[in-house]
Structures are given as C-alpha cells and as structure tokens.
Ligand binder design. Structure first.
Ligand code: FES
Length: 580
C-alpha cells in the first residue's frame, strides 16, 4: 500500500477555532486559557483529543485516566497540544438491557465530539468490549487521524492453584453449582480471584479480541493488544502512542488509509488464529460499513476457514492474556499468518509502515501458548458462517469453542420464546429435554431484546448437567460473550423479532446442524414453513420513545453489523460554520 504524506507545515482544522484574531477566535482561545495554557500553544501545532472511555462504572477502563497522563506526555514531547475529552463509555458489566444497544449511540457521540471540536487527531483510549468498536466507528466516520491505546488485560486470576479466566470461570462455576460440583460459598470466594488487577477480561474474550482486531487492522501500534494493564510497558505504549499521533496528524495518515479491505481481511484471519470472539464479526462488519469497505459474512467464512487456532487461551484453550504477552503477543501471530501467505503484508498501519515491517522479527517465546500449526487447537479456527432455511441471511459458530462431536448433529428442538421463558423453565426437571435435543431461543436479536444480548450460550438444564454432560447444541439470534464456549449457533438472521424463520420454530421440530457443510436446516416441509411464516405477527411492545425508539426503528440485522442505518459511511471532518 502506498501512502502519500501531506505537506507540513500546513493549516490544521483546529486553527479554524484558535488561529486568528477574530471575536470567535478569541472566544475559543480565551476560554481555554482559563486552564493556564500559554498563548504559543495555539500557534498551529496539532491539537490531539485524548478520547477517554474512563468511568467508575466501567471498571475495565478504571485506570485510563492514569494512562491518559502518559499519552499527554507523549503528545507534549512530540510538539502537540493534548486535551483529554471524556466520551460515552459503554460498560459491559453494568449497562442494561445490554451494552451492545449503546455501541451505536457511543459511536454517534464520538463522531460528533470529534467533528464538532478543534481536534486534529485523536487517541482512542479504550478497553472494555464495546468501547473499542464504538470509538473506531466514530473515528472512521470523521476520518480524522486516530490511533488506539487499549487499557490492557487484567493479570491472571488464580483460585486454589488454578487459573481463573474472566467470564469463562463464571460460566463454568455457575454450571458446576447446578451440577452439584461446587458450593455457593466457594463461588463467592472465587469472585475476588476473578479480577485481581486493573484491566479488561484476561481471557481471549471480546475485549482482548477487539484489542487484537485494532492491532491487526493497523489502528494500534504493534504489540498494543496484550500488554497487561498494570505492566509498566502499558504506560510506555501510551506515551509512545501520544508521540506517534502528532506525526500522524502532520502526515494526515487517516483511518481510511489504514482500514482498507486488506486490513479487514488481515483482522478476520487473525481472529481465526487467536480463537477470537464471535462479537468481532458484528463489530468488524459495522466498522467496515463506516469505512465504506465492502465486507460481508461470506468474507468471514471464506477467509477464516483454513486458519488454524494457535493461541492457546481461554475460552478455547488453557492460558490467559498475561501469558500471551510473555510469549510475544499478537506480532507473533501476525508473523505466522504472513509466513503462511495469510496476511496482506503491505497493509498500512498507524506506524506509517506496513504490517509486515512491524511483525517480521517477532519471536515466539512459548510454544505452549502460541502453538505450532501441527498442534493447533483446531485446524479450521475461523468463524463458521452457517446458512439454510433457518438462517437465510446467516448465523455464526465458533469452531474452536465448540465440541467436535456436535459439529454435525440432528436433534429435536426445545424452544424458548425469549430469555424470560428460558429462565422460567430451564431448571424445571419436568422439562422434556435431554442432551440430544437442540435448545432454541428466540427474540434476542438487535430489535428483539433489544440490543442483542450475550445470552446465546444458554446454560444447560440441571438434569443434563448432573449426568456429566457439558455441551449441547444451542441456537438463537443472540450473541455470546467472547469468554464463553460451547456448540452455540449465534446471530441467526433475520432475527425472530422481524419474522425470520427462527420465529416459527416449534418444540418438537427436528433441526440439522452441519458445520462442515455450513448448513443449518429446519426439517419441516417447505409449504409448512411458508404457512407458519405467513401466519406470524410481530410482538406488540412498541418502544416508548427516546433512544429505544431510535435504536429499534433504525438498527440493522446482525448479518451486516447491527449499526443504525443512517450512521453508515464516512461523513468527513468538516463542520459548516462557526459557533456564533
Ligand atoms: Fe469489560 Fe470484559 S467486562 S472487558
């Protein structure tokens, strides 16, 4: 990829606010001077917005204000003018009905914050799941030079000599309680062991996956994804990123120069190699939509099919992000992809060079953490995209987190109309279900939940767990936490709430899943399916207004990234007029 640097010096957009002697210039400049900034800082140097998703209610990002200070130091050193700006922080562990409902709102707010203010370049300080895609989506829609710094993962959790993976242990332990293998008291004791330092989930969950996606896309400096939050090198990364964004502004190295189709292809392949979250599918599709890059579910299946999962991290494998960092982190994985002919080596990164230049000298320091290909967790690690009469627009499954014996399975559907119906009946021993059945849940998609919650990995019925069974085929239009696992079919589209075929599945129907053939089939006559669909009527729960109305009226399907239809594309960095 070639990139033509803009000439420097030149007049930057921040000078529209600060660079002159008009009444408005004095208004913009003078008020900022109340913070003690000398006049020469307004001389045309790059103004860098440090867009910070810190919040006390986003504990995964709780340390980002300290990190912002290191970014500022880097910006000052490089001759820029740093200004920290709080932005919408969609916390995974507090937002209801689900943080996913607010990803698009956060992206919309970030886009407007960037465009409406004197920001020449942005450092995106992110961490918890939705904070990464939302800020990247907003940045893509302005095309203002931007660079990601993630907060980094928590240190390993340990409980009674065993690694405790964020989220993964939560799912495992709650199933153990239902199976009678763990006491409630032990579960409570394990709680503190799960989160023993600042940072994001320490598994290859969605936060670590999206940090890896940002790096694979070229939107973060090499090595950013895996450095633990509390490691001094995380602060170094923040400082050198602060230095780097100043030069990016001078060169006018924009998101559109970096987030190209080639970059998205690299990210998809990388996701297969790391055993990344299924949430990456939905976020990358949405990000590509902002960039005007033609990316589809079919690209996910095509590019990921032959990628072996070599990163031995929970939930697919054994280790945690701390060990991934010590082993060499993402550069090792990208180098491996490059050597296998699975990397667009020339894709540009925020470094100003190519991704291959960044990773070609990476060294794998632990072959039990980053496995040789012949010991891969699964040979076909990419996200499997399933199609059929039950998912005409597609559904996804993560092979590395699934059980091999269930990858081809025919079973009797046990249907739950929504999450409340599931919760009400799943623990009832009278429920007619065994391990050969297929659990089906409806109305958990973007419009249905609303927001598309991470409930697709429905816990198994206690009476099945007590037999020692740990996995069953589950199908829904929901998402699944990146920390979760199982033979779980997700993102079924069109979703039930808009009348997709999932809406008309009945308990007792036979369903066939064949991952190798990429098919998901409801085994009823075509005429019967057509008759059921014709008789289907939508639920009558109209939104009351506000953002709920905006979201449910405009959200698109999971198969295209679940963005709001009017937010797709790049609207650029220009604002039409001054504030007065
Ligand atoms: Fe925030 Fe996992 S819940 S990173």
């Amino acid at each position: 990829m070639t990139f033509e640097k803009a000439p420097w010096p030149r007049r930057l957009r921040s000078q529209e606010w600060y660079g002159g002697t008009s009444r408005d210039n004095i208004y913009h400049r003078g008020w900022l001077k109340n913070q003690g900034y000398p006049h020469d800082l307004f001389d045309g140097r790059p103004v860098i917005g440090i867009l910070n998703t810190w919040s006390d209610l986003t504990p995964c990002n709780g340390h980002l204000r300290e990190l912002a200070e290191k970014v500022k130091a880097g910006v000052w050193e490089a001759g820029g003018f740093p200004l920290e700006v709080p932005v919408f922080s969609a916390s995974e562990n507090t937002f209801r009905p689900t943080a996913m409902m607010y990803r698009n709102l956060a992206a919309m707010a970030v886009e407007e914050v960037m465009r409406a203010q004197p920001i020449d370049g942005a450092v995106l300080l992110v961490g918890c799941d939705k904070t990464t895609p939302s800020l990247l989506m907003g940045a893509a829609s302005t095309d203002i030079p931007s660079i990601v710094v993630t907060g980094g993962p928590m240190l390993n959790g340990w409980f009674r000599g065993e690694r405790v993976g964020s989220g993964t242990a939560l799912w495992q332990m709650s199933e153990d309680i239902k199976a009678g293998k763990m006491s409630q008291a032990d579960f409570l004791e394990a709680e503190q062991a799960m989160s023993r330092s600042s940072g994001t989930c320490n598994t290859m969950g969605t936060a670590s996956t999206m940090a890896s996606m940002a790096e694979a896309l070229g939107m973060a400096l090499s090595g950013n994804a895996a450095i633990p939050a509390v490691d001094a090198r995380r602060r170094v990364m923040a400082q050198v990123t602060g230095r780097r964004i100043v030069q990016m502004v001078k060169d006018d190295l924009k998101p559109s120069d970096i987030m190209t189709k080639a970059a998205f292809e690299n990210a998809i392949r990388c996701n297969g190699a790391i055993g990344g979250s299924t949430n990456a599918v939905i976020h990358l599709l949405a990000m590509a939509g902002r960039c005007g890059v033609d990316l589809s579910l079919d690209d996910w299946d095509r590019l990921g099919r032959d990628v072996p999962t070599v990163v031995n991290l929970m939930p697919s494998g054994k280790y945690l992000m701390e060990e991934f960092f010590y082993a060499g982190g993402l550069p090792v994985v990208l180098k491996r992809l490059g050597e296998a002919g699975m990397l667009n080596r020339d894709a540009l990164t925020v470094s100003g060079g190519t991704v291959w230049e960044e990773v070609k000298d990476a060294v794998n320091w632990n072959e039990d953490v980053i496995l040789p290909v012949e010991k891969a967790l699964t040979a076909s690690g990419g996200i499997a995209v399933l199609k059929g009469n039950l998912a005409p627009k597609g559904a996804v499954l993560k092979p590395s987190a699934a059980s091999p014996h269930l990858m081809k399975h025919r079973g009797r559907a046990v249907v739950f109309e929504d999450i409340d119906d599931y919760k009400a009946r799943i623990d009832d021993d009278a429920l007619d279900i065994d391990e050969t059945c297929i659990m089906v849940m409806k109305n958990c998609g973007p419009k249905g939940y609303p927001g598309m919650s991470e409930v697709g990995n429905m816990g198994l019925p206690p009476k099945v767990l007590k037999k020692g069974i740990t996995d069953m085929v589950r199908i829904s239009d929901a998402r699944m936490s990146g920390t979760a696992y199982g033979t779980v079919v997700l993102h079924t589209a069109p979703e039930a709430a808009v009348g997709g075929p999932l809406a008309v599945v009945r308990t007792g129907d036979m369903i066939e899943l064949d991952v190798e053939a990429r098919s998901l089939h409801l085994d009823i006559p075509e005429e019967e399916l057509a008759a059921r669909l014709a008789a289907w009527t939508p639920a009558a729960d109209a939104p009351k207004g506000g953002y709920d109305w905006l979201f449910r009226t405009h959200v698109e399907g999971a198969d295209t990234g679940a963005d709001l239809d009017f937010l797709k594309g790049c609207r650029g960095r220009e604002v039409p007029r001054d504030s007065h």
